[in-house]
Design a protein around this ligand. Sequence first.
Ligand code: SR1
Length: 325
Amino acid sequence: AAGLPGAPAPFDKGGAKIALISYISAGDFFQAYQAGAEAQAKALGVDLRVFPGRQNASEQREQILQAINLGVDGIVIDHGLPESLGDVVEQALSKNIKVVAFDVNLDNPKIPQVEQSDHWLAELALDKAIKDNGTAFKAGYVYVAGFAPLDRRNEVWEKVKAAHPGIEQKAHFGSVSDTSAATTADQAKAALQANPDITVVFAPYDEFARGVKLALADLGRSDAVKIYSADVSTADIQEITETGSPWVATAATNPAVVGAVSIRAAALQIAGQPVPPRIVVEPLLITQDELRTAGVQTIEDLARKIPAFSTSAAVTADWIPAPAF
Ligand code: SR1
């Protein structure tokens, strides 16, 4: 790989090696995250080794060991189960491999944590739900415990329910797998049939929202329920803006930016430069009304309307070139 003249070693000569080790690779969010990581790696002349995630904790451990054996300079760990990663991550650190965590709490001061400000993200979506529906409604909630971003969003949901006793959670369901949307759709269908008075669903992961939307379409009830979510992709924008869609708002970052930020955090550490312990990419609220009014059909349209959506000033330096998304 080409070097970056004037950059600190090893980036001046090119060929620094970073492994991206994901727990989940399926779905729009994770594909866009990976694409952003690849774009930033290319701009830095980094040899990026991507290990696909299949929601398999022992496979992810094995991949970390493989990356150590490959002699990588850095490892980005994207989601995962902290309890199964601690010892292998320690092995990497002991070999002076720099580690960055995205959305997995490795609870180690040597490992910077990248996140999307999940508390704020949930607040944005839930403030909008309250603005649209008031403070008394029957809700469905899609949540799977054990994933750091979902656990953080859940803290906000619990606070909102405590602050507004008129918000009654009638059903809780959800599934994270390589078929999250389809499995969640089956669960949502049963929950919505059993609780026909649900008018709002908080589904803070786009695969969840897609599943709930599918269930409502199957039940012929898309006009009776509103969905508030997290995440955005071109496919999501199409589902949100289509005629009669119950998916009315989402709070999201650009996942490609989060991927790029994760690589920059690893690169800065490899170059021996400081990185803060918590690196946050700020989300924004995206509503169905705004998307339709502005004629936004794709992520690229969104980035053109809101330039801040495609950049982040987090963990950058003048020697780090901007990625081309
Ligand atoms: C299963 S965790 C899914 C979430 O991870 C990322 O933080 C995305 O925002 C997605 O909602």
